[in-house]
Design a protein around this ligand. Sequence first.
Ligand code: TYD
Length: 149
Amino acid sequence: MQLSDCRIVNLPKITDPRGNLTFIEEQWHVPFRIRRVYYLYDVPSGGERGGHAHKELEQLIIAASGSFDVVLDDGAQCARYRLDRPYFGLYICPMIWRELVNFSSGAVCLVLASNLYDEADYYRDYDEFVREAGKRNRTPQTGDLKLER
Ligand code: TYD
């Protein structure tokens, strides 16, 4: 679970002079069962959301309208993605700190999530997140206790 596991997903786009259509099917476009959908809207222009990480939750984030930037951080490295098309999704794996910044006026941020809302799944303190991410990603050292099963 690191930054390289996060990626842009190209969603299907059915172009039509009457208006375009994009669809998302869980088996093909998201690598998790979709158990919750929520959306952010009426975010003031230039506004910011996020500022947390999840222990287990996986998400796909889409700019359904307008644009915003997503800054991802796995405790070691950062990456910035600009979402400005409704046919691109950003897959975010667990244990990634995210900031959503630079919202355009009228932007709608659509989020598909792998589980129901659970406050216990959040890291809201950045220093705590970095400590825990470091522990999970640490390579075993000589002298570490090895559990035999
Ligand atoms: P939060 O996840 O911190 O928002 P964001 O990351 O988009 O800035 O959630 C803000 C508030 O909304 C918080 O009090 C929890 C509540 N909330 C729910 O009740 N259900 C949900 O599905 C989500 C995402 C948030």
